[in-house]
Write a protein that binds this ligand. Structure first.
Ligand code: GLY
Ligand code: MN
Ligand code: MN
Length: 355
């Protein structure tokens, strides 16, 4: 990977002599190394993965062209100090949006004499526009989600618990080719569906329940994300009304997606429809977010998002209506922004399914 060149540009523009990348997804994005622990150090003279013995062989296999440094008894401090000395570094950048304060304090003390410069999310921002290969992985991850949705419909029966359904979803994501879940699957039934991020529990599925299922998998490191809400048995008029408003808001927002618009412009399209239908106060989260190596990436689709959509960015579109003591509906697709608008990676049925 030659993403290190883009990092060197950042170093130059921030007037830092080297950067210590601690965010695991950024480390993977730049170097290919997908291990759990370590740092990526990039200066003009050194491109080094610093890790411990558990990951040495993996780093050698994955981080092609990088120097692999296995820490010894002197720990990370010694390894980093060695590089800083060799490079005659004065200013060392670190990812202030990622590093724990306690770790920062430790490094600050161990690297006395060097100036530690917070660089916020400069490296993370490199990941916003996806390459064709990344999009292929995200598309495949979402296709796995689509398969799982079809399969879970024939599994759900009244009397089983939310936990049983969530466990089955996570099992099916792996059986169908995912490396695991991109986040713990949400299965929220009945009144629980009024909580956007309800945690599946021991509640049993009853006839008449809404069930909101929000899940995704990881494929070659890349995440997917989708939500469907169904009704067990025959839907009431109120359930149909809410469902149709959310669906209308979602379709209108999808239609509006195109390069050049701000994240907040797309959010407004969905929000206006929901508020005008009388449900102001029942849609309290943003419309969507980007997805990549991490499940929640920038830019977002939200009332506060000023960033502009560009070709190759992914976004979820996930409006919802949540009514206390009643239940809720969310419908979520995952798309990529294209020259003409968007391509939707999610193909599961969006008409109201009554099981
Ligand atoms: N539960 C993750 C999401 O849809 O954003
Ligand atoms: Mn989701
Ligand atoms: Mn989402």
């Amino acid at each position: 990977m030659d993403n290190f060149k883009r990092v060197e540009e950042i170093n130059k523009s921030l007037k830092i002599d080297a950067v210590l990348i601690s965010n695991g997804n950024n480390m993977r994005y730049v170097s290919g190394f997908a291990g759990e622990t370590g740092y990526l150090y990039i200066s003009d003279n050194h491109h080094a993965v610093i890790t411990d013995f558990r990951y040495t062989y993996q780093a050698e296999a994955e981080a092609e062209g990088y120097e692999i440094i296995t820490i010894g008894s002197g720990g990370y401090e010694e390894a980093i100090n060695d590089l800083l000395k060799k490079d005659k570094v004065k200013r060392l950048g670190f990812e202030s949006e990622d590093m724990l304060f306690s770790k920062y304090e430790h490094l600050r003390d161990a690297l006395a004499g060097y100036e530690l410069v917070p660089i916020k999310d400069e490296i993370t921002r490199l990941r916003r526009i996806k390459t064709p290969r990344e999009l292929e992985y995200i598309k495949e991850a979402e296709a796995i989600g689509d398969k799982v949705f079809t399969e879970i419909l024939s599994f759900i029966k009244p009397g089983m618990t939310e936990l049983e359904i969530a466990a089955r979803i996570e099992y099916l994501l792996k059986v169908n080719g995912g490396e695991g879940s991109s986040f713990p699957a949400i299965v929220a039934s009945g009144v629980n569906s009024s909580m956007p991020h309800a945690v599946p529990g021991h509640k049993k599925i009853e006839v008449g329940d809404f069930i909101t299922m929000d899940f995704g998998c990881v494929y070659n490191g890349y995440c997917s994300d989708m939500t469907r809400t169904i009704v067990v048995g025959k839907a009431t008029e109120k359930q149909k009304e809410i469902y149709n408003i959310v669906l209308e808001a979602q379709m209108a927002a999808l239609d509006a997606i195109k390069p050049g618009l701000k994240g907040k412009d797309i959010d407004k399209v969905a929000r206006d429809i929901i508020y005008k239908a009388g449900y102001e106060g029942c849609f309290g989260h943003g419309l969507g977010h980007s997805v990549g190596l991490f499940i929640h990436e920038s830019p977002r689709l939200s009332p506060a998002e000023e960033d502009i959509l560009e070709v190759g960015m992914t976004e979820t579109v996930e409006p919802g209506i949540y009514i206390r003591d009643f239940g809720g509906v969310r419908i979520e697709d995952l798309v990529v922004v294209t020259e003409d608008g968007h391509e939707n990676y999610t193909h599961s049925d969006k008409s109201l399914i009554q099981l």
